[in-house]
Design a protein around this ligand. Structure first.
Ligand SMILES: NC(=O)c1ccc[n+]([C@@H]2O[C@H](COP(=O)([O-])OP(=O)(O)OC[C@H]3O[C@@H](n4cnc5c(N)ncnc54)[C@H](O)[C@@H]3O)[C@@H](O)[C@H]2O)c1
Length: 252
């Protein structure tokens, strides 16, 4: 075991973080960079992701990509492998959560949410695993949601379906790539204090907090710290797992 000061260090590792401009992705980008990783910060919002890459430092670089587009994903992974020389860590975090009553949702809504949340993670994993396999291993962390564990309480049935799919993609891919030294795990955040949740009515947020044993929303940094552990060499005997980080809201 390393000495305590070097535990969970990510020096000499290159990481991709999607949805890096805001919320959890911005916090994950900064935490991985602080732990020593060079981060490819990916988002559809160029100005914002550029700013996060500068704030993260340690050689972080911004890439503007729509992760719902398979062609853009493959071009991104090629560019990052060329720019950084390797890819050791992938954090599939980009996601959208439109509030849509089930009976009003359309096929277009379905296609959009599934493409951004689930298709993106599947094809990012495929492109990155090809690189990691040649390198002899890596770490993939997919951001799911409590909605993907127990279903949605708040008009987000398509969203919850995509998050459940992510948990199952992760388990299945974890089995297929274990022999290549690639570990695939999921983090399922509860209710976090980010823009994605701010579109919930305040009385709904209060009602949720009342049910959480820790009585508050989670902070993005609390997810980021866990992701840093999963990305590190110290996380060496864990794959196909899903970690519920939700203040005790849901205990599975
Ligand atoms: N906030 C929560 O309470 C919560 C709870 C559970 C799970 N999650 C999950 O955590 C992840 C991050 O959520 P957040 O709260 O930080 O959201 P957020 O809305 O604050 O940030 C999401 C980021 O993803 C980017 N993005 C959206 N569509 C994209 C696309 N097509 N291509 C590239 N980038 C795109 C956005 O520009 C934004 O920067 C999501 O997958 C979300 O489902 C969040």
């Amino acid at each position: 075991m390393k000495n305590m000061n070097t535990l969970f260090r990510l020096d000499n590792k290159a990481a991709i973080v999607t949805g890096a401009a805001r919320g959890l992705g911005a916090a994950i980008t900064k935490t991985l960079a602080r732990q020593g990783a060079r981060v490819a910060a990916v988002d559809i919002r160029f100005d914002e992701v550029e700013k996060i890459a500068v704030e993260a430092g340690n050689g972080a670089k911004a890439y503007t990509v729509d992760v719902s587009d398979g062609k853009q994903i493959r071009a991104l992974v090629e560019s990052v492998a060329r720019d950084f020389g390797r890819i050791d860590i992938l954090v599939n975090n980009a996601g959208i959560c439109p509030r849509l009553p089930f009976l009003e949702s359309t096929e277009t809504d379905w296609e959009k949410i599934v493409s951004v949340n689930a298709k993106s993670q599947y094809f990012m994993m495929q492109a990155v695993c090809t690189v990691m396999k040649k390198q002899g291993g890596g770490r993939i962390i997919n951001i799911a949601s409590t909605g993907g564990r127990i279903g949605s309480f708040a008009n987000a049935s398509i969203y919850s379906g995509t998050k459940g799919a992510i948990v199952m993609f992760s388990k299945s891919v974890a089995r297929e790539v274990a022999a290549d030294g690639i570990l695939v795990n999921c983090v399922a955040p509860g209710v976090m204090d980010t823009d994605l949740m701010r579109n919930l009515p305040p009385d709904r947020v209060k009602a949720i907090c009342d049910q959480i044993p820790l009585k508050r929303l989670g902070r993005p940094e609390e997810i980021a710290a866990f992701v840093a552990f999963l990305a590190s060499d110290e996380c060496s005997y864990c794959t196909g797992a899903t970690f519920d980080i939700n203040g005790g809201w849901v205990m599975l």
